[in-house]
Design a protein around this ligand. Sequence first.
Ligand code: PDD
Length: 285
Amino acid sequence: MSRYAYVNGRYLRFCDAKVHIEDRGYQFGDGVYEVCEVRGGRLIDERRHLARLQHSLDELRIRTPMTPRALGVILREVVARNRVSYGNVYLQITRGASRRDHGFPPPDVPASLVVTARPLNLARNEALAASGIAVISVPDNRWDRVDIKTIGLLPNVLARQAALERGAREAWFVDKGGVVTEGASTNAWIVTAAGTLVTRPADHGILRGITRTVLLDVIKAKGLSLEERGFTLQEAYAANEAFVTAATQVVLPVVRIDGRAIGGGKPGPVATALRSEFHRFAEQS
Ligand code: PDD
C-alpha cells in the first residue's frame, strides 16, 4: 500500500515527501512534535495532545502555523489516506527553513509542518503487554525543560539504544538524587508492596504524558491509592509492579529492571487492569 505524508500544505506520496536541507529541525533540532494513538481510525485524546503541542510551541516561541481545528483536519486526512485503523499519527512543527543562523529566522519565515501516520500490529502490541518488558536505568543527562516535547531527543535516542543493546525495550532516566524521572519515550510508574501507585509529579523534570493524565482519571475512578512523588531505583527494584505509559503503547507492564525480576517477572494485576480500562476514559475523535 502506498503511503502519504502531509508536508507544508501538500499531501505527498511518502517517497516524495521532503523538507528543505536548511530546515531548522534538521540543522538545530529546533522544533516540537506530538504522537497520537489511532484506534478504529479515530484519534485518541487529540484535544489534549494539541493543547500540549501549544504549550511546547509557546515555550519555544515558535509561531503556531494553524488552529488546532485545522491541524485536526490534517491529522485525520493523513490517517484516512494511509488507511490506518490501529497505529499512530506523528506531527512535527519546526521553526521553518532559513539560512543557517542560531538566532531566530526573520518573522516572514513560516513554520514547517509535517504529518505522517503508520499502522501498527495490535496483536503484536497486546502480546508484548501480556509478556511485559525489561528496562534498564541510565543517568538523566537531559536539559531541564523536558516538559517541552522537542524533537531534540539525542539523550533519549542514546538511552533507548543502550537498552536495546542490553536486551531491554526501554531505559529509565535516573536523576542525581537516585530518583527515576521517566523513560526515554514513556512515563514511569510503580505499584508498592502496599498497593499504592507511584509516579513522579509532572513538573519540568518530565514530559506531562497525556496517557499519564488520563490514567490519573482511571485511578481516581477505580478508587486506587496514588502518590505523585518521585521514587528511587531501589524502591522500583522492590516494587510489586512497574509499568510505563505512552500514547504508542498505553500501559505496558515492566517485568525486569536492570536484570532484577519485578513482581515475580510477570505483568501484575494493577497494570493489566489499568491497560484494559484506559480507553473507556480516553477521548476519541
Ligand atoms: N513519547 N515521556 C517522554 C520522554 C516521551 O517522549 C513520551 C511520549 C512520554 C509519554 O507521553 P504520552 O503519554 O503523551 O505519549 C513521556 C512519544 C510517544 C514518542 O516520542 O514517540
